[in-house]
Write a protein of this length. Structure first.
Length: 145
């Protein structure tokens, strides 16, 4: 990947969910740039410019991170904690997008600094609607530093 600003970092290991997200955003033409990784380790490498992403500048962080909780290698809670404890990344909005509706997961995510917690809906239309509204809010309506 070349060194360019990414609007959304999508961290999702489920290929079907990732495809639904990408299709939803493409249909609405909301996002010029999305980068996807399929595990927590790659997410942290990307965010902190390590390993294969060592060429990234610290100034080209994504404007939004869509983060699943159940990930291979490093789970979403650990990824969230790492992002929110470091000064250069703690202000990046992180939206948890997961199938878990467990109150324990919700509470822990907010304790660690999640900006939003969304339980993935089952049907495509509802899934698409939630994704487009979420991205529109965080990239177009919300004001950041």
């Amino acid at each position: 990947m070349e060194n360019k600003t990414v609007d959304i970092l999508l961290v999702e290991d489920n290929a079907s969910d990732a495809e639904l997200i990408l299709i939803s955003l493409e249909e609405k033409k909301l996002v010029p740039s999305i980068f996807m990784v399929r595990d927590g380790e790659k997410a942290l490498d990307y965010i902190f410019s390590r390993g294969e992403f060592g060429h990234r500048s610290g100034e080209d962080n994504p404007k939004l991170i869509l983060l699943d909780l159940k990930l291979p290698k490093i789970n979403g809670l650990e990824v969230l904690s790492s992002i929110k404890e470091k000064v250069p990344t703690k202000n990046i909005p992180v939206v948890i997008l997961t199938s878990s509706a467990h109150s324990k997961d919700i509470e822990e995510c907010y304790r660690l600094g999640a900006n939003s917690y969304i339980v993935k809906p089952i049907g495509f239309d509802e899934f698409s609607k939630i994704i487009t509204h979420t991205v529109k809010y965080w990239l177009e309506i919300n004001k950041t530093l």
